[in-house]
Design a protein around this ligand. Structure first.
Ligand code: BJW
Ligand code: ZN
Length: 291
């Protein structure tokens, strides 16, 4: 059966669901000016963003990959959470829960590394300073999981050290300063000496962005598997659903008898199996759906 577009029926389902998860991707941050990975937004200078988001890409050309992440950091620092981030943050706060079952839980599992969801959560909590922990939970669940890491984490590449720290310094190092302005470079990309790239403050080795590249293990997978197992409703927001393991969470929820609702600008992988599908900008559909 084709997915329903009945918003009232979806909201009724939302009110009666007990364990809700949302799996989000780059489309959630698109209205904040953060480029997506695939399709129109997926190029940086002359490169496919995907070819740079790999361990092989980094070790082959750390200067280029650091320029890509420096650009991403500078973009994210200047961006602000949009209406969809804010609606999700409000939804996750206990006192906003009167429209769902009192013992219901909600966790946003985001693939995004831009920090806009945690910033949005922080802003909402400052505005409404209340206890964010939902009542009567036998086992407290996190309200947000950043499964592909964070742009502002910086990690030592030395296997014995692996020092990790949260670092929002702008620019992260002098040598990268201004490279975010360069476009269409290709053959003329600046070559930054490895010694001038970000270094580990503990041992001095080359540092890398604290994000999860292809072939690496995403964060908190065991906890995510538990949440997916328990979920009776899964919202899939602004993701192409092409990257594993996140791409299979909706199918897993459905296989367990739960319901799935997809919110995307356009058709996406596997969305014809969803119970609900709301096509359009999620900065419009999500505030309506959760409002
Ligand atoms: C809007 C909108 C608006 C736009 N409103 N919508 C099985 C088969 C084959 C391969 C594999 C497999 N299992 C695992 C793999 C390997 C691999 C993989 O999935 N490869 C596929 C490409 C086939 N996966 C991995 O390697 C992962 N690790 C792993 O599997 O470890 C093994 C393991 C698993 C389980 C247990 C134990 C061990 C790691 C994946 C890491 C992905 N990393 C990146 C880069 C992160 C750092 C960085 O940001 O630079 O993560 S890649 C990139 O893709 C990024 C994203 O988080 C991720 C997903 O992309 P996303 O968010 O969906 O973006 P887009 O651009 O694709 O889509 C945007 C969508 O938004 C579109 O649909 C638009 O329409 C929509 N949109 N504006 C609403 N306003
Ligand atoms: Zn180190």
């Amino acid at each position: 059966m084709a997915p329903s577009q009945d918003m009232n029926a979806f909201q009724e389902l939302l009110r009666s669901s007990k364990n809700i998860i949302a799996v989000a991707g780059a489309g959630l941050s698109a209205a904040s000016g953060i480029p997506t990975f695939r399709g129109a937004g997926g190029m940086w200078r002359k490169y496919d963003a995907m070819s740079l988001a790999t361990p092989e890409g980094f070790y082959e050309n750390p200067s280029l990959v650091w320029q890509f992440y420096h650009y991403r950091r500078e973009t994210a620092i200047r961006a602000n959470p949009n209406k969809a981030h804010r609606a999700l943050s409000a939804f996750s706060l206990a006192s906003f829960r009167d429209h769902i079952a009192p013992e219901a839980t909600f966790t946003l599992i985001t693939q995004n590394v831009d920090g806009l969801s945690p910033r949005s959560d922080q802003e909402i909590r400052e505005k409404y300073p209340i206890d964010p922990s939902p009542p009567d939970q036998s086992r407290p669940r996190p309200t947000l999981i950043e499964m592909h890491g964070r742009l502002f984490d910086v990690v030592c590449t030395d296997r014995k050290c692996r020092h990790r720290e949260f670092n929002t310094t702008s620019p992260i190092c002098e040598a990268l300063s201004g490279t975010e302005e360069l476009v269409e470079q290709g053959a003329n990309d600046p070559e930054i000496d490895i010694a001038a790239l970000p270094r580990c403050p503990k041992c001095g080795s080359l540092a890398r962005p604290g994000v999860v590249w292809f072939g690496e293990t995403p964060h908190r997978l065991r906890l995510i598997d538990e949440l997916v197992d328990e979920a009776d409703l899964c919202l899939v927001i602004g993701t192409s659903s092409t990257v594993q393991p996140a791409a299979s969470y909706a199918d897993d929820v459905e296989a367990n008898g739960g319901k799935v609702a997809v919110f995307n600008l356009e058709r996406s992988e596997g969305d014809s199996d969803a119970h609900y599908r709301f096509l359009g900008p999620c900065e419009e559909t999500i505030p309506t759906a959760l409002g």
